[in-house]
Design a protein around this ligand. Sequence first.
Ligand SMILES: Nc1nc2c(c(=O)[nH]1)N[C@H]1C(S)=C(S)[C@@H](COP(=O)(O)OP(=O)(O)OC[C@H]3O[C@@H](n4cnc5c(=O)[nH]c(N)nc54)[C@H](O)[C@@H]3O)O[C@H]1N2
Ligand SMILES: Nc1nc2c(c(=O)[nH]1)N[C@H]1C(S)=C(S)[C@@H](COP(=O)(O)OP(=O)(O)OC[C@H]3O[C@@H](n4cnc5c(=O)[nH]c(N)nc54)[C@H](O)[C@@H]3O)O[C@H]1N2
Ligand code: SF4
Ligand SMILES: [Mo]
Length: 720
Amino acid sequence: MTITTHKTFCRYCHAYCPMDVDVDDGGTVTAVRPDISNEHYGGYTCIKGRQLVEQMYQPERLTECQKKTNGGFTAINSQQALDEVADKLRAIIDEHGPRAVATYNGTYAFQNSAQLAVSRAFHDALGSPSYYTSVTIDQPAKVFVGTRHGYWGAGGHFFEDSDVTLILGNNPMVSQYAPPGGVPSVSPFERLRDAKKRGHHLIAVDPRSTELTRRAEMHLQIQPGEDSTLLAAMIRLIIDEGLHDQAFCAEHTEGLEALRAAVEPYTLDYAATRTRVPTEQIAEAARRFAAGPRGVAITGTGPEMSEHPNLTQHLVASLNSLCGRYYREGETLPNPGMLAPPSARRAQAINVPLAWGNGARSRIDESLGELTAMGMMGPVREMPTNLLSDEILTPGDGQVRALIVVGGNPLMAFPNQEKTFEALSSLDLLVCIDAYLHSGTAQIADYVFAPKLTLERDDVTLLADPWYEEPYSQYAQAVVATSHDVLEEWEVFWELAHRLGLDLAVNGTHFPGPQRPSKFEVLSAITAGARADLAWLRDNPGGHSFPEQKVTVAGPDESAGKLQFFPEGVAEDFEAALAPAADAADYNLRLICSRSKYVLNSSGRNLSLLRKKQGDTNPVLLHPDDMSSLGLEEDCLVQVHSEHGTVTGVARAYDRIKPGVITMHHSWGPLPGPDADDLVREQGVNTNRLIDNRAHTQRYTGMTRQSAIPVYVTRKEQAA
Ligand SMILES: Nc1nc2c(c(=O)[nH]1)N[C@H]1C(S)=C(S)[C@@H](COP(=O)(O)OP(=O)(O)OC[C@H]3O[C@@H](n4cnc5c(=O)[nH]c(N)nc54)[C@H](O)[C@@H]3O)O[C@H]1N2
Ligand SMILES: Nc1nc2c(c(=O)[nH]1)N[C@H]1C(S)=C(S)[C@@H](COP(=O)(O)OP(=O)(O)OC[C@H]3O[C@@H](n4cnc5c(=O)[nH]c(N)nc54)[C@H](O)[C@@H]3O)O[C@H]1N2
Ligand code: SF4
Ligand SMILES: [Mo]
């Protein structure tokens, strides 16, 4: 038996670690390992990515499409399934109009480098604004903030150029996620070690002690939901002590006095009371950050999902602007992006219209609508996902009647699980593109399309392109051909568009058929005009760095604007943040979100090693002091009560969390139903039953509160 080795990259998550893959003569993948020849990643992979072989060949992986019949599923040929789905979509469009057809792109839609562009093109051709992605239940305030504060044309400091970094509620050592300027998801442990060697100072803000905070010079163990309080106090001190970049502020910003006035109440004492971080620590963090001289503040999902994310993001952006943490004229910008067309990167503020209010309006809340902006990962135009269940349930013109779920699991991931269940169950047509039938949403779908998996398809590192700390790209050709009746996510959309007679145009290139384009043709259209030559990347396997593509930051032109410290809506945001939380009284604990190393949202529990490591449930993790004051012992059953609902969980002591704070991983649990809690030890429990999707929503983005949720915990008495 001969084995050939192929270069590829993992797509289990968005970190795209380079891998070597062994394939035998029969075309079977026998092993995957880190590509140690890749200098940019330094041979890094994680435990999830190393399970790709099991994932491909395990029996539960779908190898053909499924159709719901009499409560069960029957295999169906993919062309037949496409014909039937297209017929049903046509009938729905004829009767209710195009808006009745919705798409939700979840985690694995983002992992296929052609899917977002093709599905967006499908919606544009159809004329349906009902386009949703996980961005608007994840970190939409990051998309919104730049449209209100303004952007800096040359961007903020990258991590490798930083002397100090302030990281709030982000744990890249586990999540392999960080926005630009944070610890890169490319081999985060090594990047942080390198930073330490050059004397970098890390300030981490998290209610938990994490893999990141334990490597930080300072850890502020904040009370959940109080990030905006902390930031406001830091800004106040920095302005008062004159530690900000006054020349930069004078030239490129507006509204500093108004911002200073707004942070007047945020004295160190006031902030210490609310954040439960000692005054000296807040002051030291502010002074250390301001001393820089280089490096930015960033956030992860913690602050984005807890209280006042719009204000928090505005204050993070303001802190960076206040301290002038941007590339200036004549400096070298480490990565201008390889897969987008070159454009001048100028040392100037750029003002754009607010990221909402121009597009389609929500039928549920007139004040909300399409979020439209240039996001970190490219253009974003989508309706607020947090309202999708209501868009399905609310009758009238434009009501969503058909939903295509792509690599996502709304039944597990959307706030307010009961409502989501009711909504999804009420659809005329629910289609999933999912690798498994066991995913909660697939179980209630009418059709489930079986997708090609990572090693069976071409991809390019499009999603990560702007995140790299140097110009870097990899194109991976399919490592093995598949004999299964499987389609890529975007192929389903192309096939449906073709059957519906839609003119699909991706970045200006039309793909009319009758022949379905190749993945390479679609990716070429998406990356047209880019610095990278896609054919060269395809023909030269492995990852490549292009140091010669670094650019020098240009000077400003006549379109230069001002970064806004106190734009529209910030006064109202401050007002809301200063008001005491109305629901706090009896709910003495705060439930926060946090991610497990061994699952990716709802994925991973089917992989044997991950399951062994993670266990069969998502426990309620409480500080040992809270365990004893509540009279709980390890592994006993408890009930977690929020204002919205109650769930049963398995209690475990966890000394890495602030007393008074508890955490559970999200997107677990069986299908909703009266017996769901009885399965908690086998399948875990869904925390989205504790969240009302219409309470505590943010202006502009529609995001609800998914962390820092006021709860109390009681022991669950078990029937004898
Ligand atoms: N309470 C609470 N809710 C949350 C969060 C939280 O922290 N707390 N986090 C939120 C965040 S940040 C996000 S991004 C969302 C995630 O929301 P979703 O993206 O909707 O949820 P996932 O669980 O990631 O869904 C992934 C689906 O893809 C399927 N899948 C696995 N492999 C493949 C593949 O190769 N191809 C295809 N097509 N499908 C595949 C899996 O079976 C699974 O059904 O959840 C959000 N919900
Ligand atoms: N292994 C693994 N990797 C993942 C995922 C996964 O499920 N598993 N999910 C992927 C997805 S969809 C995303 S969006 C990214 C997210 O990536 P991250 O944002 O890095 O997610 P976490 O690792 O949960 O880190 C969030 C941190 O915020 C803290 N926190 C919670 N509430 C607050 C608060 O109010 N204030 C502050 N300051 N901190 C708070 C938590 O304790 C936690 O340490 O991860 C991605 N990567
Ligand atoms: S970090 Fe993500 S991309 Fe890298 S090996 Fe793990 S799952 Fe795969
Ligand atoms: Mo996410």
